[in-house]
Design a protein around this ligand. Structure first.
Ligand SMILES: [Zn+2]
Length: 703
């Protein structure tokens, strides 16, 4: 590991944050240097501080501690992410024999200079009790590999020398802060401290010194580990990534279905998870190592991973992919049930041993390791699942590295339980109310069009993860970028699809399974049109319209139903039919016939899929010319012919349709999207129904 300090960059930070003063400007700079290296910290882990002099509104100059606030990541921190606290009152707390977590948080809050600041880090007092100006705290991979060993303390001495204070494992909070300060005062010449099974603190009088001490210590640890590495045997061949990805598409919806929990009530019967799939040569090799299963049983690198990953992953040596869906489901179900009962036993044993009462958290695995396939991580959103997956990739690597250098050993259940059930840790996960379509995944075909984008945006607004598909790569990317503004880049994905090709449609659903674990809402929407009378229509054009509209709906519903049935957690198919189904017009035979057939197919699907809880409903929209900046490709193509057929000018067409309906409404893609949301959120026990979104056209009333 090398220092990435640059004088030019440091100067840029001094200039950019000049009003905050040089110490805070450089604190932001080196905090980001640390935050941007995932081998040092990940996802809100680690914290940094600087001691400055602050002026109060009365002009009084007061010693202050600026320390990382919760909710900020070091990689993108700004000065307000390092709230200032009055230092002396914090230091005075050291005289107390003990301090509850709640009172510690309160004491920190009442010493803030700005009442709107985020809560200062739970390690604030440790920063306060140490005398140095700059302090950097990381959960560096190499330090964890070195200290998660039965002889961790001796290894640290051997690898890193005696300029570092050694602190045994104590949970973060007041007790750790006091202990660390006492141990430091016995070795005041030290330039850092190693917290066993937790991480590294380094200090310095300036930003660069403290940062570069972190880098130097971690670099020494990395070299030491590399020097001691012994080979670990890998029995049998390691799977190829492509093969693993193919298997993952089969396994994902089965796994996701088993991790969905049934809830009381008929309207929303399942509480689902979203899966993040990870695979690489390194992951497949690590999972194939002889020690992989045994290592999985040993706890996490550092206890603050527990709230994201649980203490251990679920390791399934062989899911038997070749044996088919039912057999895979049986293997996974038995493995998950085993995990749940082990978790329940751990919980019961801990509350009994500690003589405390706690409400048990859910017993489901967050991390599922499948040799030959890769890693699946589960979360309530793709963002949460990604965090767990990032932690897991590092965990696999570092456990394996630690095992090569000695014997990997994690903290015991008692310490892990304290962290998992610590109120200050649970608070990090947030308790915000979930949106109606949270934890669900939608796949929309023709997503680049006006109706398609309207549907995707409304689904995303209601909390769904959205897989956009289209045959036009440029339009698809533009649509994805629009949806990402609502769903976040983790909350949506784009996949090219030719709806007329069953292989392409299947592959798109496979990709959705790899992206999010499966699909809950399927919206067959891609369509084309042709204007021409029965006598004049070229048979090839007719076939093409039928092929895209009807054939496309058939393939999309077929592949979609395959995934929904594999999950076994119900779902919704919402077919984009048309006002023309009930109210056809002249010179529009191919389109009207294709839509009427698609509509009929939807009704048949409603009958066939009801026994497995899948609802199929139809939307009859009329004349959607645009959605925001996205114009309808269909209308751009046929508008002139359609206007000519009606004997009006092309630019009068949209107004013609508006005036035609009872409410004189202009129909947008968003209107259609809201109808899709209505069905997708199971507002009523309805299947096989048709909802017009047309402003009211009497001739097209459903009958
Ligand atoms: Zn820490």
């Amino acid at each position: 590991m090398q220092s990435r300090w640059s004088d030019a960059d440091a100067q840029e930070y001094r200039d950019r944050y000049a009003p905050w003063g040089e110490p805070l400007a450089l604190r932001v700079y080196t905090s980001r240097l640390i935050g941007q290296d995932p081998d040092l910290v990940m996802h809100g882990g680690g914290n940094t501080s600087v001691k400055i002099v602050k002026e109060t509104v009365l002009g009084e100059k007061i010693d202050a501690l600026c320390v990382k606030g919760s909710g900020w990541d070091l990689d993108s921190i700004e000065p307000p992410g390092l709230p200032a606290l009055a230092l002396e009152p914090l230091r005075a707390l050291r005289a107390l024999p003990g301090l509850s977590d709640e009172e510690m948080v309160n004491q920190q809050r009442i010493r803030l200079f700005d009442s709107k600041s985020p809560n200062p880090s739970v390690e604030t007092l440790l920063h306060a009790f140490l005398p140095q100006t700059f302090i950097d705290h990381t959960h560096a991979d190499a330090i964890l590999a070195l200290t998660n060993q039965p002889d961790g303390a001796e290894l640290v001495r051997e690898a890193l020398g005696d300029k570092l204070v050694l602190v045994p494992y104590v949970m973060p909070g007041f007790a750790l802060a006091k202990l660390a300060a006492e141990l430091y005062e016995k070795e005041p010449e030290a330039d850092g401290m190693v917290l066993l099974k937790h991480g590294l603190f380094t200090f310095g009088e300036d930003a660069r010194t403290s940062y570069e001490r972190t880098i130097e210590v971690v670099d020494r640890a990395e070299r030491f580990l590399a020097g001691r590495a012994k080979a670990i045997s890998v029995p049998g061949p390691v799977a190829a990534v492509e093969e693993a990805r193919r298997k993952a598409a089969t396994v994902a919806p089965l796994l996701r279905g088993l991790l969905g929990t049934a809830t009381p009530g008929a309207d929303q019967p399942y509480r689902r998870v979203v899966l993040e799939y990870r695979v690489s040569d390194e992951i497949l090799t690590t999972l194939a190592e002889e020690s992989a299963g045994a290592l999985a049983e040993r706890g996490p690198l550092t206890p603050d991973h527990v709230i994201r990953t649980k203490a251990t992953p679920l390791f399934v040596a062989d899911v038997g992919v070749e044996a088919g869906a039912d057999a895979i489901r049986d293997v996974l179900r038995a493995a998950i049930e085993g995990f749940r009962s082990r978790y329940a036993a751990y919980f019961d044993a801990q509350v009994a041993a500690k003589k405390i009462e706690r409400t048990k958290l859910d017993s489901d695995p967050r991390v599922i390791l499948l040799p030959g396939i890769g890693v699946f991580c589960a979360g309530k959103s793709a963002k949460d699942a990604r965090i767990a997956a990032d932690l897991t990739e590092h965990t696999l690597r570092i456990k394996s590295q630690a095992e090569r250098a000695g014997t990997y050993e994690a903290l015991g259940d008692g310490d892990l339980f304290d962290m998992e059930y610590w109120s200050l840790e649970q608070a990090k996960l947030g308790k915000a109310a979930e949106k109606p379509l949270a934890r669900q995944v939608a796949l929309v075909t023709g997503a680049a069009g006006a109706i398609g984008i309207g549907v995707c945006l409304e689904l995303a607004r209601e909390g769904a993860h959205v897989v956009l598909s289209d045959i036009d790569p440029d339009g698809l990317e533009k649509a994805r970028a629009r949806v990402a503004k609502v769903a976040g880049s983790a909350g949506c994905a784009a996949v090219l699809m030719d709806v007329t090709d069953p292989v392409s449609v299947d592959e798109a659903f496979d990709e959705a399974c790899r992206c999010f674990g499966g699909v809950d809402i399927v919206v067959p929407n891609a369509g084309i049109a042709h204007v021409g009378s029965l006598v004049e229509t070229d048979p090839k054009r007719f076939d093409k319209v039928i092929d895209v509209n009807l054939g496309g709906y058939f393939h999309t519903m077929q592949s979609g139903a395959r995934v929904l049935k594999a999950q076994g957690t119900g779902g919704n198919i919402i077919v984009q039919a048309s006002k023309n189904v009930f109210g056809p017009g002249a010179d529009f035979g191919a389109y009207s016939a294709s839509k009427a057939a698609g509509h009929q197919l939807g009704k048949v699907a409603a009958i066939e899929l009801a026994p497995v809880g899948i609802r199929v409903n139809m939307i009859n929209a009329d004349a959607v010319f645009s959605e925001g900046e996205t114009r309808s490709g269909l209308w751009d193509e046929i508008g002139a012919d359609r206007a000519a057929s009606k004997g009006i000018d092309a630019d009068e067409l949209q107004e013609h349709y508006r005036k035609r309906n009872l409410l004189h409404a202009t129909i947008s893609g968003a209107h259609v999207g809201r109808a899709v949301v209505f069905f997708a959120s199971n507002q009523t026990p309805t299947t096989g129904a048709t909802l017009p979104v047309d402003g009211g056209v009497a001739a097209a009333f459903p009958r």
